[in-house]
Design a protein. Structure first.
Ligand SMILES: Nc1nc2c(c(=O)[nH]1)N[C@H]1C(S)=C(S)[C@@H](COP(=O)(O)OP(=O)(O)OC[C@H]3O[C@@H](n4cnc5c(=O)[nH]c(N)nc54)[C@H](O)[C@@H]3O)O[C@H]1N2
Ligand SMILES: Nc1nc2c(c(=O)[nH]1)N[C@H]1C(S)=C(S)[C@@H](COP(=O)(O)OP(=O)(O)OC[C@H]3O[C@@H](n4cnc5c(=O)[nH]c(N)nc54)[C@H](O)[C@@H]3O)O[C@H]1N2
Ligand SMILES: [Mo]
Length: 738
């Protein structure tokens, strides 16, 4: 590794070496990885972030602004007082990914509290999951139709006048005036956004969030004004949205009565409601506008910072990173342009994931976690020549396995760090025997509200349970040795990732020495508790209008109306959440192939447990097969337990502008089917990462019964938000002849 790094540095391209890292809660300090990559000048990518929730983060930034985005992303709500909850595409008791944060400590108990307090839960999912069984109601949505569902709910809320007018006027840009013809917003000479003042009967600039004097939603109204002597017809953003959703009547659904009932329940129980499109995102290229539509329904409901609604934690530990500060080490930021990176880190602006986010106009939003396909293209072009992968398994978990592997074949060097063998280790030139997360220390920070209406800020060390086994060492130890070999010893001297590193974070947060890594280990977590308080303007709303946005000024200015943007006039970045069509199965034996995480597995990480890999651990829900709707199976002449052939047939590049590489088309594999009534007829469904092919003796590889989803998945990416279509696969199911 040192030899290669020296060589690439000499050639002027240290970024030809990249670190790919995965789970932030299992791997060695991501803080240190970012620090190391800055001092070494290497590339670095939180590669899996985008396949997980990266475009969700973008949407929450676009609609709510940075200060309010995290709450919305992690569905942080005042659960004990919530009365009605509708969640799409999340198996929340099964996967625990609600109310975010490491380990999701408070999660399940809070959702249970909500239920005990009478909250009703509705799940929207093509598949009847653990959550579906737990919820009061299951809506078996057609894959990719969640956007229309949300727009239908908005339709009912508006036509039944079940929205919160005062909230819309005070905190959103619902009153902002938009030109009826072009749908561009109106601006005055000073570049201010404009509204109609009903009291004064004149146009004025949009007041600060919190103020509503004279503003009107302009329902069913048209306004006229003169700008530079030109008469302009305009309407409020609310009115244009209301006209847009008229087209989405619940009658478009086979379960129209439920849609109406859900909308009315949301409206009647507001603000003590939660309406969410889930945490993990980017399922299809319409998912960004799907999330926008869900967010706007919440804006109509005004369920923010009120009992039982989304809650913004007011108190914070000022937790940053543990990087050593000059003069302890030489100045590492001199002559280097650093930009924000995941988890309070900084990174070099020239990195593949960053460069397109800092163009003018931006091509991607800086909140994207990564831009995976650009790394693969860079490997094809010889710009990335070597990688170190830690705590992730890209050869299985990134879309379009075939393409990913072709790109990997072009590299000079692949190093993989893990405790277990996995698909990626089969590709490695070197395997680093990394100490596992149970053998090292790491500081974590979590925040949530508890049933007693308190904000809880929690710092804790996940401390080593045992010392590293055998010759294994934390990855940081290996990287420090490499740094010493390439002349960076001054930057890595005295680095102590067991204690000192975390104390630095606590010191920067002004908590040290009251709180220290050692004390956290010896005495347990450090808590601060504050009573819940309601004021959503506790921090400025960091959108372009300073308000939560129904009409996204950012999308308008940066992309949709910007002639310099590659996304100019592209509906994926329309400032309103207009319907985006996705490619569909075309023949009767074609389906969407979709997936969900198994509640008794951790993605591809648990493949070596033969017990967990058993075919039928959960009696009615075997792990390996492909689930198919019973009626569809019968129509096509397939029976339960039959072995079939699946073949990827789409989406093709010519079917969708978001498809970047469709090399997966034509890929075939055998699968066993399991018939079920608990699945939408248009979908085939698998447990995520049930299929494996690691060469050592795992039960999964031996039995070869599971399907490896990403072989069936073309590479796609949405404009600006970089959602990577992780369910966007169309497959044909065929009989095995003879
Ligand atoms: N036990 C366990 N817990 C985990 C994980 C694990 O592997 N195992 N993984 C962790 C990680 S990294 C994450 S990101 C989270 C993920 O956990 P979740 O957020 O729950 O996400 P998934 O399980 O990927 O998908 C959830 C559901 O989305 C449904 N779905 C698919 N397509 C559509 C659609 O078009 N519309 C709708 N409405 N639903 C759809 C699937 O059927 C699935 O049931 O869980 C975390 N927690
Ligand atoms: N088609 C499709 N693709 C998907 C998804 C999907 O729903 N559909 N889901 C996506 C999601 S949400 C995510 S989060 C990604 C996950 O994709 P990856 O980031 O690749 O995650 P895992 O499969 O959990 O692999 C993690 C690896 O870390 C190793 N590991 C565990 N603990 C440690 C440790 O302490 N140190 C080291 N060095 N290694 C350790 C495990 O052995 C395992 O091999 O996949 C994504 N890919
Ligand atoms: Mo994830």
């Amino acid at each position: 590794m040192a030899t290669k790094l020296k060589q690439y540095k000499k050639e002027g391209h240290p970024e030809a070496f990249e670190i790919w890292w995965g789970c932030p809660f299992q791997q060695d300090s991501m803080d240190f990885l970012y620090y190391w990559s800055v001092i070494a000048g290497s590339g670095i990518s939180y590669l899996h972030g985008q396949v997980c929730n990266g475009d969700n983060m973008v949407e929450k930034n676009v609609t709510f602004g940075k200060n309010h985005s995290q709450t919305m992303l992690s569905i942080l709500a005042d659960w004990p007082r919530t009365k009605y909850t509708v969640i799409a595409g999340q198996n929340f008791p099964g996967t625990g990914q609600i109310h975010g944060g490491p380990c999701n400590i408070p999660t399940n108990s809070l959702v249970n509290d909500a239920r005990e307090n009478g909250c009703k839960f509705v799940i929207i999912d093509p598949k009847l999951t653990d959550t579906g069984a737990w919820c009061d109601e299951w809506i078996p949505i057609e894959p990719g139709k969640d956007q229309i569902f949300a727009l239908s709910v908005a339709n009912v809320l508006i036509s039944e006048k079940l929205y919160d007018e005062e909230f819309l006027l005070r905190y959103t840009n619902a009153a902002q005036l938009i030109c009826t013809d072009t749908r561009e917003c109106l601006l005055n000479d000073k570049g201010n956004y404009l509204v109609w003042n009903n009291l004064k009967q004149e146009i004025q600039s949009l007041p600060k969030a919190g103020k509503m004097d004279g503003l009107s939603l302009g329902y069913n109204k048209t306004y006229y004004t003169y700008l530079k002597d030109k008469k302009i017809e305009c309407k409020t953003a609310f009115q244009i949205f209301a006209e847009m959703v008229k087209e989405y009547s619940p009658s478009k659904f086979s379960f129209k009565d439920q849609v109406i009932k859900i909308a009315i329940n949301l409206g009647k129980n507001k603000p003590s409601v939660v309406f969410s499109s889930g945490f993990t995102s980017g399922r299809y290229p319409n998912w960004f506008q799907t999330m926008r539509a869900f967010s706007i329904v919440n804006l109509l409901l005004g369920n923010f910072d009120k009992p039982g609604g989304y809650y913004f934690i007011k108190n914070e530990f000022n937790v940053s990173n543990g990087w050593p500060v000059p003069p302890e080490v030489p100045d590492y930021s001199k002559d280097k342009k650093l930009v924000p990176a995941p988890y309070n880190n900084m990174t070099l602006e020239y990195n593949i994931d960053q460069k397109p986010c800092y163009l003018k106009p931006r091509k991607y939003h800086p909140a994207v976690a990564s831009l995976p396909w650009l790394h693969f293209q860079a490997m094809e072009e010889g710009k990335v020549k070597a990688i170190l992968s830690t705590t992730e398994n890209s050869v299985l978990t990134q879309q379009n396995t075939k393409w990913v592997r072709e790109c990997l074949n072009k590299l000079d060097l692949i190093i993989v760090g893990d405790q277990f063998l996995k698909e990626f280790s089969d590709w490695a030139d070197y395997i680093i025997p990394e100490a596992s997360f149970l053998e090292r220390n790491h500081l974590y920070y979590n925040k949530y509200i508890s049933s007693d209406s308190m904000e809880n800020l929690l710092l804790y060390m996940r401390s080593a349970a045992i010392p590293p086994e055998g010759n294994s060492k934390p990855l940081s130890w290996f990287l420090i040795q490499v740094a010493k070999k390439i002349g960076l010893e001054d930057y890595v001297e005295n680095i102590d990732l067991q204690y000192k590193w975390w104390d630095k974070i606590l010191e920067k947060a002004k908590l040290f020495p009251k709180v220290s890594a050692k004390k956290l280990i010896e005495e347990g977590p450090y808590f601060e508790r504050y009573p819940v308080s309601h004021n959503l303007l506790f921090k400025p709303i960091e959108t372009r209008s300073g308000r939560f946005e129904i009409y996204s000024n950012e999308l308008a200015e940066e992309c949709y109306f910007n002639p310099k943007s590659e996304w100019h006039q592209n509906n994926h970045v329309n400032p309103f959440p207009v319907e985006i069509e996705i490619a569909q199965p075309e023949n009767e034996n074609e389906f969407f192939l979709i997936c969900g995480k198994a509640s008794w597995h951790q993605k591809s990480a648990t493949q070596h447990s033969n017990y967990l890999m058993e075919y039928a651990l959960e009696a009615g829900c075997p792990y390996m097969p492909v689930y198919i709707n019973s009626t569809r199976a019968k129509e096509l002449g397939f029976s339960d337990g039959e072995e079939v052939i699946l073949e990827c047939v789409g989406p093709r590049k010519d079917q969708d502008q978001c498809v970047i590489n469709d090399d997966s088309i034509g890929y075939k594999d055998k699968a066993i089917i399991k018939t079920t009534e608990g699945l939408h007829p248009k979908a085939l469904w698998i447990y995520w990462a049930s299929g494996h092919e690691e060469k050592s003796n795992t039960m999964a590889s031996k039995t070869k019964k599971g399907v490896k989803m990403n072989w069936f998945l073309p590479t796609s990416a949405t404009p600006y938000s970089a959602g990577v279509g992780k369910n966007y696969s169309i497959v044909k199911i065929n009989k095995i002849k003879g």
